[in-house]
Design a protein around this ligand. Structure first.
Ligand SMILES: [Zn+2]
Length: 388
């Protein structure tokens, strides 16, 4: 592993990883609107006339070459009381809240608590406390993001493959699927940059300052094995966004700041530290999965689709207690899964985390329908533009 390769691996909080061009988004005239029409009467407010809620998202800035950029906006401060929330009455590609299919506990939650889990939890809590005492300012994080983004672009493995014309449609699609998710996050002063790397790797990662990278290997979905619906993609996006929003990506730099290492030095020293901190990452992964599930439910994407995606990946990996079927794609899929697993927890464990959290969050969620988006993903037409 060259040092620069390990830089990329070490810095990232991949889906299976955290750099920046700060683009100021101007006039709101080009914003997207989702207007609620044909609303059913709200049961608890019969005397009131059902009112159309309007959810406004800030515009996305697309570039022929370069990332699609969007700042968090939308629902903050707006309470959506209608049972449909952002889903139109006529939309069919939805699942009713009582009918959401989540993998059973028995099938995906088989892990016994181990002593090492407790050690990891303690280490994670120390890690969190330390970060809280030495936070990076937003400006510091954005500056760090810019520098790391340049590192990614100039990395020998990715040079010439990041954000080319060929992947423009994907970048635009990612940013628009992210809009309703970004309306649900905590840190609202970070602009999000959606990048696509034209490379067959099946992965996605995030770096500090809101830069999120997807590989075409994950998006283009050979054999339809990886992502099947917009809800699946929303889950992965919400996971990467959570790493940024929860400060996971910046954590290592906060350590370095605490011990007085800054600038260029910090970027290379961070490699060593990040690698040394491997023990914490599975807890950060769990935390990001839990948060992602909550965000997608608040944004009304079907969490069942996302949980089943992890279950499907677990099956492909042969981690379902059943004999694997051979379908010709197995070789390719196994190679890619192995690659994925080097940086992440097992898909089955993630199916367990997502479905456990979904069961919990759905109890409190006010909506009665959740969007799936099978055609949306296939056609790269975001829900904010078209609901099937
Ligand atoms: Zn992750």
């Amino acid at each position: 592993m060259t040092q620069s390769t390990s830089t990329i691996r070490g810095l990232s909080c991949a889906l299976v990883g955290c750099t920046g061009i700060l683009v100021l988004l101007g006039a709101a005239s080009a914003g997207y609107y989702l207007t609620m029409r044909n609303l059913q009467p709200v049961p608890e407010a019969k005397t009131q006339k059902p009112r159309a809620e309007v959810i406004k998202y800030k515009p996305v800035k697309d570039n022929p070459i370069g990332p699609s950029v969007v700042t968090p906006s939308g629902r903050s401060g707006l309470t959506v009381k209608v049972p449909q929330g952002v889903i139109r009455t006529k939309s069919k590609d939805v699942v009713r809240s009582g009918k959401i299919k989540l993998p059973s506990k028995k099938s995906v939650c088989r892990d016994k608590k181990r002593l090492s889990d407790i050690v990891k939890r303690v280490a994670f809590d120390v890690d969190r406390q330390m970060r809280e005492q030495t936070p990076l300012s937003v400006d510091e994080e954005l500056d760090l993001g810019d520098r790391l983004d340049r590192e990614v672009r100039n990395h020998p493995q990715f040079k010439g493959k990041v954000d080319g014309r060929k992947t423009r449609k994907w970048r635009a699609y990612l940013a628009r699927v992210a809009q309703p998710l970004l309306a649900e996050i905590e840190r609202r002063d970070i602009p999000y940059h959606f990048h696509v790397i034209d490379d067959p790797t099946v992965n996605a990662f995030a770096i500090p300052g809101g830069h999120i990278y997807f590989f075409t290997g994950l998006l283009e979905n050979k054999g339809g094995a990886w992502i099947k619906t917009e809800a699946d993609l929303a889950g992965i996006l919400a996971h990467e966004i959570s790493h940024v929003d929860m400060g996971h990506c910046a954590a290592v730099f906060e350590y370095l700041k605490a011990i007085g290492v800054t600038g260029k030095e910090a970027i290379s020293a961070s490699v060593i530290l990040t690698l040394a901190r491997g023990a914490f990452s599975s807890n950060q992964e769990d935390e990001a999965d839990i948060n992602a599930t909550e965000i997608m439910i608040r944004a009304q994407y079907d969490p069942g689709s996302f949980a089943k995606m992890w279950q499907r990946w677990a099956k492909l990996q042969g981690d379902d207690g059943q004999k694997r079927t051979s379908d010709g794609l197995e070789g390719l899929i196994n190679d890619e899964l192995e690659n994925l697993l080097r940086s992440h927890s097992e898909p089955r464990k993630r199916a367990c985390t997502v479905s456990t959290q979904a069961r919990d969050s759905l109890k409190a969620a006010p909506f009665n329908r959740y969007y799936i988006g099978r055609k949306n993903f296939k056609r790269r037409k975001p829900r904010v533009k078209k609901q099937y």
